[in-house]
Design a binder for this molecule. Structure first.
Ligand SMILES: NC(=O)c1ccc[n+]([C@@H]2O[C@H](COP(=O)([O-])OP(=O)(O)OC[C@H]3O[C@@H](n4cnc5c(N)ncnc54)[C@H](O)[C@@H]3O)[C@@H](O)[C@H]2O)c1
Length: 318
């Protein structure tokens, strides 16, 4: 495959939490977008969610394109073969299930031209395993992992599968930059890539501390949100070690690592909360109680993220 193609016609397969966000973000960036799902009801729901999110973006001053215009520019369909036929790039963002993704890539390989880049937004399934579903197209299959909400967070992992062509990596990186995002190149196809490995390590330790009664869930949450994460929003972990001095972190690592959780199974706290019907905001309760609809909780989160982004952008421009 060649790496000279500019990826302008984008087909997004899967119109759920991530898919609707991709469709509106790529449209804001001037791409020609088709959003595909196998359920008509999910296509309709995505159209409404896009309207709501774009209205929020207009309020926040993140875009001046009205919701109706964004929706009008996107092609919504359940006809996948027609939806992907003319695409330069297909971004798969369906259910996190290896079998489902392998079958889909097998179909996509047959439904697209040899120059079409096939990409997966999997949270952690190895790209090589997904590509095993379509061996004849493996060189044009590449990982492209975003975080939620994709229209507010900037880094995007670009993951090299064992058979991914150099040209596919180059095109993927260029595409990510063309939609105002920052590529994080993952050279080895390890489970969880970078962000989800680190997030899982943090979650494991937080759950361990709570389980052991070292501190309350509220206090652990506050320590990470208002302390560790706030500083990490300005300088990352390697910069932090530079500032504090590597020798100090070496000493702390030597003292502390033997005491950290090395659990290889999810904490029992998950079952304890789930068994009580406390699965998170959709249930009105998880580790905390929620007396507002889930959509309002996520909106508040998004307002906070947008405010943080504006502050950091202003600070970096000074
Ligand atoms: N939600 C997140 O925070 C997040 C973050 C990063 C990555 N991801 C990854 O993104 C992918 C999608 O996650 P989501 O949260 O958007 O899921 P979701 O359940 O909200 O949406 C998935 C959509 O895919 C559709 N679908 C399933 N199989 C299909 C098929 N064969 N053809 C067409 N449509 C199909 C479903 O109808 C549904 O609308 C997963 O791989 C997930 O791991 C999710």
């Amino acid at each position: 495959m060649t790496d000279t193609i500019t990826d302008e016609r984008i087909a997004v397969v899967g119109a759920g939490d991530m898919g609707h966000g991709f469709a509106l973000h790529f449209t804001h960036c001037g791409k020609d977008v088709t959003l595909i799902d196998h359920r008509e009801s999910n296509v309709d729901r995505a159209r409404e969610r896009i309207r709501e999110v774009v209205a929020f973006h207009v309020e926040e001053g993140l875009t001046s394109m009205p919701p109706d215009e964004v929706v009008d520019r996107i092609t919504f369909t359940t006809d996948r073969p027609a939806g992907v036929a003319e695409a330069d790039l297909v971004l798969e963002t369906v259910t996190e299930d290896l079998g489902v993704k392998q079958e889909l890539f097998d179909d996509l390989a047959a439904e697209t031209g040899e120059e079409t880049l096939l990409t997966s937004n999997t949270s952690g399934l190895p790209i090589t395993d997904i590509a095993a579903g379509a061996p004849e197209a493996a060189e044009r299959i590449v990982g492209c992992h975003w975080w939620y909400p994709p229209y507010l967070l900037e880094p995007v992992e670009v993951i090299r599968g064992e058979e991914t062509a150099e040209a596919a990596m180059a095109r993927m990186e260029r595409f990510v930059e063309s939609v105002d995002r920052e590529p994080v190149v993952v050279e080895r196809d390890v489970p969880g890539f970078v962000w989800n490995r680190v997030q899982s390590a943090v979650v494991r330790e937080c759950m361990h501390l709570a389980e052991e009664g070292v501190a309350s869930i509220e206090d652990i949450n506050t320590a990470i949100r208002d302390g560790y994460a706030r500083r990490t929003a300005v300088i990352g972990p390697f910069e932090t070690m530079d500032v504090a001095g590597l020798a100090l972190f070496q000493t702390v690592a030597g003292d502390l690592f033997p005491h950290l959780s090395d659990a290889d199974e999810p904490s029992r706290l998950f079952d304890e909360y789930l068994d009580r019907g406390r699965g998170g905001i959709e249930d009105g309760a998880g580790f905390f109680e929620y007396d507002r609809p889930a959509s309002e909780v996520t909106r508040t989160r998004d307002e906070g993220l947008a405010a943080l982004q504006r502050t950091i952008d202003d600070f970096r421009e000074e």
